[in-house]
Ligand binder design. Structure first.
Ligand code: NIG
Ligand code: FE
Length: 410
């Protein structure tokens, strides 16, 4: 299929980069007034409307009407499998309670775990599919989904099976992460180390036996899991080939970045409290510095130091963190806008952070995340824009016209 009359074709990477770091994040190419050829669900070729090759003239075509084409978003950190919602805590927050105070009162993650325990797998799947559908229609073409509201062997498996069913049901690429150490389950209150032992000895083998996760995550932060406990879990997970993608430095300078790097994490995520030392270490590594501005926005926390991290040469990724407690939104367009407005990324950097680097942080950037020959044709067509910067600028305007996943219109 030939897409014609593209006002701006953006997010092109002819170098087959696996990620873009530092100032290279500005290097995705853009061409004006373009066509794009998609064949067998993959990007095949593109060029200027001034010269459409004769051979392509017979292809079925679609007119982009002068709109901008970008790669579909790659959201590398979400928790979209959850039961119900938590807007009551939202009101508590409005009335002055902090995220940690709510958690200490038995709200937060444990509240979601209670709801999930009483929700059937079928119902959980139906609820999560609504969110998967929602984010696809907002332009997400690849997504990582975590467990972590089960907190028992049975319910963690239930969550992970739901993730597997979503993967089989949607045209998005779906990656699954085991987050048994999201909080200490209720049955283990005050017995953190026993819970950690259960994660290592019972949960991990069960997850691995069914092949339900590719990555492992730990909430390594004040009031949740210590560096030492994280070490134990990551070591146990490595035996099953699960690579870490961890929650680090959201609430405190937790040591999460360092423990993640020691275990060759694919990404360390959140980083609201990351300082000079963490930025320096990340910029020397191939670990994605994944930042979640939706959580900063929703919880009123500081924003992670994206500008500094890009300037230092890190691989900076932005993701939605879509979850019921700290970021009840999966809009990657909004995340891109927050990246620009609050974190001072340029629109080009924010595009790289939400596409190719997101794909890298899920281990799928060979096939997703940019307009590159042979990559899966996941892309968005917008209404005509005055320039590329209009996309993050006009942050609530309904600019997305069409979404194509695997080369087919959604
Ligand atoms: O990434 N910080 C830990 N986990 C999630 C929030 C989970 C929840 O509150 O339900 C996060 O922000
Ligand atoms: Fe998260």
């Amino acid at each position: 299929m030939l897409i014609t009359n593209i006002g701006l074709l953006a997010g092109i990477d002819t170098r087959h980069s696996l990620y873009l770091r530092g100032h290279d994040m500005r290097s995705l190419e853009m061409i004006d007034n373009a066509w794009l050829l998609v064949r067998d669900g993959k990007f095949e070729d593109w060029g200027s409307m001034r010269s459409v090759p004769e051979a392509y003239a017979q292809e079925p075509s679609a007119d982009a009407g002068g709109g901008t084409v970008i790669p579909a978003f790659c959201d590398s950190h979400t928790h979209i499998v959850y039961a119900g919602s938590r807007e009551r805590e939202f009101i508590d927050k409005i009335n002055g309670l902090s995220y940690e105070e709510i958690a200490r009162r038995g709200g937060g993650i444990l509240n979601s775990a209670d709801r999930l325990a009483h929700t059937s797998e079928a119902d959980l799947f139906a609820q999560a599919m609504e969110r998967a559908d929602e984010v696809m229609h907002e332009g997400t073409g690849a997504i990582e989904i975590k467990s972590g509201y089960g907190l028992t062997v049975k319910d963690e498996l239930k969550m992970l099976r739901v993730i597997a069913r979503i993967a089989d049901s949607v045209p998005m690429a779906v990656k699954s992460t085991f987050l048994g150490a999201h909080a200490v389950g209720r049955a283990y209150t005050g017995r953190d180390d026993e819970y950690v032992a259960m994660v290592c000895n019972d949960m991990l083998p069960a997850v691995a036996a069914e092949g339900l996760a590719e990555y492992v995550d730990v909430f390594c932060d004040r009031g949740f899991f210590t560096v030492e406990q994280t070490d134990r879990i990551l070591e146990a997970a490595a035996k099953y080939g699960l690579r870490p993608k961890i929650h680090a430095n959201e609430l405190d300078v937790s040591g999460g970045v360092q423990v993640g790097l020691r275990h060759n994490a694919l990404s360390v995520d959140h980083l609201e409290r990351a300082g000079r030392e963490e930025i320096e270490l990340l910029s020397q590594s191939e670990t994605s510095a994944t930042m979640l501005p939706g959580a900063s926005f929703f919880l009123g926390m500081p924003y992670a130091p994206a500008r500094e991290a890009v300037d230092a040469g890190a691989i900076v990724t932005l993701a939605s963190d879509y979850n019921p407690g700290s970021s009840p939104s999966g809009s990657m367009r909004f995340i891109m806008s927050l990246g620009c407005i609050k974190m001072k990324l340029t629109p080009a950097e924010a595009l790289a952070a939400t596409t190719i680097n997101g794909a890298y942080a899920m281990g799928i950037s060979e096939c997703y995340g940019s307009i590159t020959k042979g990559k899966v044709a996941n892309f968005i067509i917008t209404r005509p824009l005055p320039s590329f910067g209009y996309l993050p600028y006009a942050y609530t305007s309904p600019l997305i016209k069409d979404i194509y996943l695997q080369g087919a219109k959604l």
